[in-house]
Design a protein around this ligand. Structure first.
Ligand code: NAP
Ligand code: MG
Length: 483
C-alpha cells in the first residue's frame, strides 16, 4: 500500500510505523494458560485494505467446553481462594504491561478494526489500562464498596464483546470480573480478534494462573455455545439488541446472572444559548468518533430552531476539514468501516433516508479506492418516523431535527426504543438539570460528549440493555452480595 492510496487532507502523510512488532500468521485459542489448536480457522482482515492479516482458530463446542472447564478449575483451585490483595497485584501488573506495549496494541487495533491510530493510541489503549488499574485497586476493598454485605464471587463468567472497541471492551469485562474473584471465558468479535489474543500474551507475561482468563475466537455460534454452557454462572454481553434479546431468552430460568450492553440512538441537544463552536466540535466528536461505530454515538442531533441554519453551516464547514483515509496516518479523523457487512448496512439505511424524503449532505472530498469507506454524512429534513431517526445506523451518519422548547426537545429525544446516552449543550445550569433528568438515558453529557472513565457507571435503559459497567455499580454485577 503506498501513501498515495490515501487522501492526506492537505497534510503530508504521517503514518505510524507497524514494523516494531509482529502480528503472527496464525493464532490458536488461549485455554488453561496454553495455546490450543482448533480444527478450523478463519481469517481476520484489515478493513482499510482488504488484506488478510492473520488466520485465527475457530472455537466450536468442544473448545468452548474445554475453556469453561479450565475456567472452573482455576476458579475452584486458585482464583477464588487467593487473597484479594494478591488478585489485585496481578491486575496492576497487567495494566502496567499493557502500558509498556501500548504502541503495539494501538497499531494492532487500528490494523484489525480500521479505527484511526489517534483514537486507538489516545483513547482505546489508555482507557483499557485505566480499567485494569481502577479494578486492581478494588480487589481487596470490596467490603468497603458494599458496606454491610458479605461479598462473594459468582464463579465462571462468559463474556462476549463486539468489534467497535475490541481491546477496551475486553478490559471493561475482564478487569471487574477478576477483581471480584471470578474466572473468565471471553469471546471477541469475529472481525477483530487480535488485541484480545495479544492480551492473552500479556496474561502469560504477568504470570496469571492458568485458566483464570481464557480467550476463544469464533463467530456468533461460538458466542452462543458459550453463553448457553450450563457451567457458566454469569453472562456479560455487549452487542446488538437482537442478540441481546436472544441471550436473555436463553438465560431465562437457568439462574445465570446477566448484564446486557446493547444498542443506542442518542439525542445530542443544542440550545440557542450554547457556545456554538464548542457544540459543533461536540457534534463532530459525538457522531464521527470511531466512524460512528459507537453505541452511545450522538446520532440524532436536535438544534433549537433559531440557530439551526447557523449550526448546520458551521457543521458543514467543519466536516469539509475531516480527513478520511489511512487509519494508520496520525492526521486521519475518520478511518475504515469495520466490515463489508457493516458498510452494506450503512448504505441500506442511508438509501432509506433518501427514499423517505430526508435531505443528504456530504463533504466534497473523496475516499480511498481500496477498502471499506463511508463519507461523513448528515441528513436534514428528517421526521421522527424515518428509519434513519429510529434505527441504529452504527456509522458516520447524523440525522438532524429542530425544536422550539425544551419540552419539545425532550419529547422528541425520548421517542426511541433505546435509552443509552444523550448530550445537552446550553449555558444555563437549570436547563442542564431539566434535560438530564428528563432524558430517559443511562448516561447524559452536558457541554461535552463521549467522555468515559472507569469510575463512572455506563449502561442503558429499554432496548439499550440492563446493568451497568464501570464504577461501583459495575462491580456489583460481578459479585454475589449477601446482605
Ligand atoms: P452483535 O452482532 O450482537 O455481536 C456482538 C458479539 O456477539 C460478537 O462477538 C458476535 O460474534 C457475538 N454473537 C453473535 N450472535 C450471537 C449469539 N447468538 N449468541 C452469542 N453471541 C453472539 O453486535 P455487533 O454488530 O458486533 O456490534 C454492534 C452492536 O453492539 C451495536 O448494536 C452497538 O450499539 C452495540 N454496542 C453496545 C455497547 C454498549 O455498551 N451498550 C458498546 C459497544 C457496542 P461475531 O462478531 O463473531 O458475529
Ligand atoms: Mg479484522
Amino acid at each position: 500500500m503506498s501513501a498515495n492510496d490515501f487522501l492526506s487532507g492537505g497534510f503530508a502523510p504521517a503514518p505510524e510505523s507497524a514494523d516494531h512488532f509482529k502480528i503472527k500468521k496464525n493464532y490458536d485459542l488461549y485455554i488453561g494458560g496454553k495455546w490450543v489448536k482448533a480444527a478450523k480457522r478463519f481469517k481476520t482482515t484489515n478493513p482499510a485494505t482488504g488484506e488478510v492479516i492473520s488466520q485465527v482458530a475457530l472455537a466450536e463446542k468442544k473448545e468452548v467446553n474445554l475453556a469453561v472447564k479450565a475456567a472452573r478449575k482455576a476458579y475452584d483451585e486458585t482464583w477464588s481462594k487467593m487473597p484479594a490483595a494478591e488478585r489485585g497485584k496481578y491486575l496492576f501488573r497487567i495494566a502496567r504491561l499493557l502500558q509498556e506495549r501500548a504502541r503495539e496494541f494501538a497499531v494492532t487495533e487500528t490494523i484489525d478494526g480500521g479505527k484511526p491510530i489517534r483514537e486507538s493510541r489516545d483513547v482505546d489503549v489508555p482507557l483499557a489500562a485505566a480499567h485494569f488499574f481502577y479494578h486492581a485497586g478494588w480487589a481487596d476493598k470490596l467490603d468497603y464498596a458494599f458496606p454491610g454485605a458479605k461479598v462473594a464471587p459468582l464463579g465462571v463468567v462468559a463474556q462476549v464483546i463486539p468489534w467497535n472497541f475490541p481491546l477496551l471492551m475486553a478490559a471493561w469485562k475482564i478487569a471487574p470480573a477478576l477483581a471480584c474473584g471470578n474466572t473468565v471465558v471471553l469471546k471477541p468479535a469475529e472481525t477483530t480478534p487480535l488485541t484480545a489474543l495479544k492480551l492473552a500474551e500479556l496474561f502469560d507475561d504477568a504470570g496469571l494462573p492458568p485458566g483464570v482468563v481464557n480467550i476463544i475466537t469464533g463467530a456468533g455460534e461460538t458466542g452462543q455455545a458459550l453463553v448457553e454452557h450450563p457451567d457458566v454462572n454469569k453472562v456479560a454481553f455487549t452487542g446488538s439488541t437482537a442478540v441481546g434479546k436472544a441471550i436473555r431468552r436463553s438465560v431465562a430460568g437457568t439462574g445465570k446472572k446477566f448484564t446486557l450492553e446493547l444498542g443506542g440512538k442518542a439525542a445530542n441537544i443544542v440550545f440557542e444559548d450554547a457556545p456554538i463552536n464548542e457544540a459543533v466540535e461536540g457534534i463532530v466528536n459525538g457522531i464521527f468518533f470511531n466512524q460512528g461505530h459507537v453505541c452511545c454515538a450522538g446520532s440524532r442531533l436536535f438544534v433549537q430552531e433559531s440557530i439551526a441554519v447557523k449550526v448546520i453551516k458551521k457543521l458543514q464547514k467543519r466536516m469539509e476539514t475531516l480527513v478520511v483515509g489511512n487509519p494508520l496516518d496520525k492526521n486521519t479523523d475518520i478511518g475504515a468501516i469495520n466490515s463489508v457487512e457493516q458498510l452494506e448496512r450503512i448504505k441500506t439505511l442511508v438509501k432509506a433516508g433518501q427514499d423517505e424524503g430526508a435531505c443528504l449532505w456530504q463533504p466534497s472530498g473523496g475516499v480511498p479506492r481500496k477498502g471499506n469507506w463511508f463519507k461523513p454524512t448528515l441528513f436534514t429534513e428528517c421526521a421522527q418516523s424515518h428509519r434513519i431517526v429510529q434505527e441504529e445506523i452504527f456509522g458516520p451518519v447524523l440525522a438532524i431535527q429542530t425544536f422550539r422548547t425544551p419540552q419539545e426537545a425532550l419529547t422528541k429525544a425520548n421517542n426511541t426504543p433505546y435509552g443509552l446516552s444523550g448530550g445537552v449543550w446550553t449555558d444555563k445550569g437549570s436547563k442542564i438539570f431539566k434535560m438530564t433528568t428528563g432524558l430517559n438515558a443511562g448516561v447524559v453529557w452536558a457541554n461535552t460528549f463521549n467522555k468515559f472513565d472507569p469510575t463512572s457507571p455506563f449502561g442503558g435503559f429499554k432496548e439499550s440493555g440492563i446493568g451497568r459497567e464501570g464504577g461501583v455499580h459495575g462491580l456489583s454485577a460481578y459479585c454475589d452480595l449477601k446482605i
